[in-house]
Design a protein around this ligand. Structure first.
Ligand code: GLN
Length: 551
């Protein structure tokens, strides 16, 4: 790794203007990717100005997916983007919320650490923010700091003040401010409008921050003249207006940014020489995403379909694995509730014609019967199936009910008093070192969760082994319920293979007399990256492609 001569971390602050959802996360990830491929050590921090301590308690329909890091933090889904782009693990310290900042300041105050002072936003809250930014940047050449929300939001004020102060303290060759904004196209007039951007930059300046680079989201490419006009009115260099046009794939964005020359002002501001990132492998993968040789159709049986962001890591993981086998993955979104009670016979189901079936994770009772139906369909029709977390729990319930004759088999999540609790709640468990572990308390409301990375011993000769080719793997978890060990023997005697275990807990199952029916308790999607797809998802796609070719 190339390291910057001065040992100090350089900071790139990314703020957003005009409106949300302009792609600050992808902008931050793209800049980080280009710097990483130029040989630097890069880290990213996402700041969420909401008051929740973490997104763990928010509904997936409210906030999209909750991403889980290897150290068990429940974070914003942008951390997932960072890992997928940078192909490395991030941790608890790479995401914080206003709730966390206030919580730690108030705890310090209660412990008397402020020595009787009046606690205020400036300096105490802002100091806590700066402290956490420094912590996240330690041991990196660059730290990209992405601030959630848009400039002008009340919640964002202390963070902008922290950014202003850091620039003052560290100097302008250590800190760059990038502002992501919108250049709307007024269709009737056929005109691109720069006024919202000017207003947004003025608002930033009022707070004391002058951006050096503008990333302008725009439906069209901007002409030289318009770029010049924006540069002049917003007081940035002419080469520092970077256009971010809608891209065919988010993974193309770093390449687009490179072409737009974003590294030129970055290198100049930081006093670095010319930067030449090696993007060859990346470029090749993007080409395979955009124009693949093959295509497959996967039936995705979920329940949070009104907000597809709830399944972000999984849909991205399908894209990564698809790129590595030069195949486009078309998703047929199937609402599990609508599947409930529908026919299993060929020609009558919404699942007809899919090349494989994917049952993702989920919480609560709604849509369960429909998912069971889809699992039965895959088992009976011998269609490849991958079940994840809740998907594995349901695959076991379906097998117990329909093959083993344990008709009342259920999870205590759906029926607290079920007579056959084949999936149940355990409060604590024994870890791989033989120590008793108590589950992480994720919320007073939700009880306990098994969160983060755990080892899993893989059965030799199994389909799971075929995929990972390792005796022991590490994957991430986010669930409360487990397979009840009291039923293990009956499942195995009845033909189900337990192919993965973690200190006595069932981590993976599969069927022998089926081409490819695999379900896992962990979430393989959390460790999938563009350059390093997850093995079980890759194998699922290979099997899907093979199944398509036969039929
Ligand atoms: N609801 C199930 C549990 O808590 C599965 C969770 C999931 O799929 N992430 O165990």
């Amino acid at each position: 790794m190339k390291s910057i001569q001065t040992s100090k971390t350089k900071y790139i602050f990314v703020t957003g203007g005009v409106l949300s959802s302009l792609g600050k996360g992808i902008t931050s990830s793209s800049i980080a990717t280009l710097l990483q491929h130029s040989g630097f050590e890069v880290s990213i921090l996402k700041i969420d100005p909401y008051i929740n301590v973490d997104p763990g308690t928010m509904s997936p329909l409210e906030h999209g997916e909750v991403f889980v890091t290897s150290d068990g933090a429940e974070t914003d889904l942008d951390i997932g983007h960072y890992e997928r782009f940078l192909n490395k693990d991030f941790h608890k310290a790479n995401n914080f919320t206003t709730g966390q900042i206030y919580l730690s300041v108030i705890e310090k105050e209660r412990r008397g650490e402020y020595l009787g002072k009046t606690i205020q936003i400036v300096p105490h809250i802002v100091d806590e923010i700066k402290h956490r930014i420094h912590l996240a940047g330690k041991q990196s050449d660059f730290l990209i700091v992405e601030l959630g929300g848009t400039v002008g939001d009340m919640e964002g004020m202390p963070y902008l003040e922290a950014m202003r102060q850091l620039k003052h303290e560290l100097g302008s060759n250590q800190v760059i401010s990038v502002h992501v904004t919108l250049i709307p196209l007024i269709k009737a007039a056929g005109e691109l409008k720069t006024k919202p951007t000017q207003h947004s930059v003025q608002e930033l300046r009022r707070i004391g921050i002058s951006p050096q680079i503008l990333v302008a989201r725009c439906e069209r490419m901007l002409g030289k003249e318009l770029k010049k006009k924006i540069a002049l009115s917003c007081d940035v260099d002419d080469d520092s207006v970077i256009v971010a046009q809608d891209s065919q794939s988010i993974y193309k964005c770093p390449l687009d940014f490179l072409q737009e020359g974003i590294l030129v002002p970055i290198a100049r501001r930081f006093g670095l020489g010319e930067l030449n990132p090696n993007m060859d492998e990346w470029d090749m993968l993007v080409k395979k995403i955009i124009s693949p040789k093959d295509s497959i159709t996967i039936g995705f049986v979920g329940k949070y379909l009104s907000l597809k962001e709830s399944y972000k890591s999984l849909t991205e993981a399908l894209i990564h694995a698809g790129a590595h086998i030069n195949t486009r993955v078309d998703i047929r979104w199937i609402d599990s509730q609508k599947l409930q009670g529908t026919a299993l016979e060929d020609g009558k189901s919404e699942l007809d014609g899919v090349d494989s079936i994917l049952i993702p994770g989920g919480f609560g009772e709604r849509g369960i019967e429909g998912k069971l139906q889809a699992i039965e369909y895959a088992r009976v029709h011998k269609i490849p199936l991958l079940g994840i977390c809740l998907g594995m729990q349901l695959a076991i319930i379906e097998y117990a009910r329909n093959v083993l004759g344990i008709i009342q088999a259920n999870s205590t999540e759906f029926d607290k008093d079920t007579k056959e609790p084949i999936i149940y709640l355990i409060e604590d468990f024994i870890d791989s070192q033989g120590n008793k572990q108590v589950r992480t308390h994720s919320s007073p409301m939700g009880g306990t969760m098994r969160l983060g990375e755990y080892p899993c011993a893989v059965l030799k000769g199994s389909k799971l082994y075929e995929a990972y080719k390792q005796d022991c793997i590490r994957e991430r978890h986010r669930h409360r319920y487990e397979v009840n060990p009291a039923y293990k023997k009956r499942l195995e005697d009845g033909g189900m293979v337990i192919s993965g275990e973690s200190s006595g807990l069932v981590e993976a199952i599969e069927l022998k007399d089926h081409p490819w029916f695999v379900a896992v308790q962990f979430h393989p999607e959390f460790t999938s990256r563009l350059k390093n797809p997850n093995p079980i998802i890759l194998e699922f796609l290979r099997q899907t492609l093979a199944h398509k070719r036969v039929h």
